[in-house]
Design a protein around this ligand. Structure first.
Ligand code: ADP
Length: 434
């Protein structure tokens, strides 16, 4: 119904009632009474309107703590409408605050940082990931300009140039981030940050790996090519020199083959699509084979001991063979003639443990944490002389990781080294705790 009908019609009717009521009274009791009653009637009406206006203004000031009267005439309709509007408003407010809570929760769970800023880049809100990425603190930094909080020259340039159609890659607090500013609502801007530190690290590792692998392959290839060229240019080379060249070429060929095999092994071990298929590994048999191989490598130059007290295990036979073989061959290669090498396979409450101890050249402390990096060598020439690929310990580390085992390296320069792989107790099959 239109407000005119709701409000003015009853008001006019009431005024007419008062007027004609007063007219009747005046007619019955003479003119003086007539005037008095009209005035009294109007005063009563105005008083009533003021009374309701007073309640209305009080209610508008404090809608939660005051109540509206039931009202009379048109006021009843106005008050009930106001109540209805208020109820709807409360419902909307509740829904809105629920949405806000849900929105904040979703923002908190996002893997990316989100910063909401006003049109002049003053911080209004940010999620915890943005706090981590950019070193912000919602409590302290709210209301501050983002350029005062993120002090990176590339970020400053990005803001100054204002080319927000493209994201920006910034280095900030040891992280590599993709930052993107998106404008919305004309008066607000969102900064979204995505951490690419790990991707960058993997990319860098990949690039390093390719560079190192190419470098490693280049030397034997150069040697082989050199001898082949000599052979082509000097067809009547004496057979003794030719045989010496052939021997060197075969050695370099083996070196390349070893390198390619180790690279393939590493790639397979790192592949997530290639999980360990556990099988029963007969440890006594494997240790005997390893010792036989070790004797072949050592050719009587070292004293070799085997202590076999551990159980059989569940694991990948080929991988364990490769890891143990690498550790043992390192011990032989880095222990001078006359040294002693002990392989022990034991068991304890923590689980079975494989240890190779040698009395070799040892390793300085600063190298130990880097030994399992691909192509890391303490002494490059010694490694090459002994046919090392620089990938052996990287393979050992991956095999240990895949078997949930822990590789520990202890070494004293000039005294010797000890490399052990501690397996979890669950890996053991028939336990004989020592
Ligand atoms: P490499 O093929 O060069 O031996 P590894 O990854 O097996 O590569 O070993 C990395 C480096 O660790 C070696 O180059 C060597 O300097 C050092 N190293 C490994 N094992 C021993 C050991 N038993 N004694 C001394 N140094 C060792």
């Amino acid at each position: 119904m239109s407000p005119f009908i709701v409000f003015w019609v009853p008001a006019l009717v009431r005024m007419l009632v008062v007027f004609f009521g007063a007219l009747t009274v005046g007619y019955l009791f003479g003119e003086f009474w007539f005037a008095t009653v009209v005035i009294l009637g109007l005063v009563l009406l105005i008083g009533l309107q003021l009374h309701y206006l007073y309640h209305l203004s009080r209610w508008l000031d404090k809608p939660d703590s005051s109540r509206l009267p039931d009202g009379w005439g048109a006021w009843t309709e106005i008050f009930s409408r106001l109540y209805r509007m208020r109820r709807e408003d409360e419902k909307n407010q509740t829904e809105l605050s629920e949405w806000l809570t849900r929105f904040r929760q979703a923002m908190t769970l996002l893997p990316d940082g989100v910063v909401i800023m006003d049109d002049v880049l003053f911080l209004e809100w940010c999620n915890p990931v943005a706090e981590q990425h950019l070193g912000l603190h919602m409590g302290k930094d709210k209301g501050m300009r983002i350029t005062n909080l993120v002090r990176s020259p590339e970020f400053m340039d990005y803001i100054i140039l204002g080319r927000f159609d493209k994201p920006l890659i910034i280095s900030h607090r040891d992280r590599k981030l993709i930052a993107h500013i998106i404008q919305f609502e004309n008066r607000r801007q969102i900064l979204v940050t995505h951490d690419i530190t790990e991707n960058e690290r993997i990319d860098m590792m990949r690039r390093d790996f390719i560079a190192n692998a190419s470098h490693e392959l280049r030397t034997p290839l150069t040697v082989i090519n050199g001898f082949l060229e000599i052979s082509a240019m000097q067809p009547d080379l004496d057979s003794k020199t030719r045989a010496a060249h052939m021997k060197l070429m075969i050695e370099q060929g083996h070196r390349m083959q070893g390198l390619v095999e180790d690279m393939l092994t590493l790639t397979r071990l790192e592949s997530v699509d290639f999980p360990v298929r556990p099988e029963h590994v007969n440890m006594s048999q494997m240790l005997e084979q390893i010792v036989a191989e070790m004797e072949g490598l050592s050719i009587g130059k070292h004293t070799l001991n085997l202590i076999n007290l551990g159980p059989d295990v569940m694991g990948s036979q080929d991988e364990l063979r490769s890891a143990f073989g690498n550790l043992v061959s390192n011990a032989v290669r880095y222990t001078p003639t006359g040294g002693e090498i002990t392989i022990s396979w034991t068991d304890s409450a923590q689980g079975p443990k494989f240890t190779v101890r040698d009395s070799g050249i040892g390793i300085r402390a600063e190298h130990i944490s880097r030994l399992t990096e691909r192509f890391y060598r303490v002494d490059k020439s010694r490694s090459r002389e002994t046919q090392g690929t620089g990938l052996g310990l990287a393979i050992v580390k991956h095999v240990a990781l895949r078997h949930k085992a822990q590789l520990t390296i202890e070494s004293t320069p000039g005294v010797g080294s000890s490399f052990s792989i501690q397996f979890p107790a669950i890996a053991a099959i028939s336990r004989q705790l020592s």
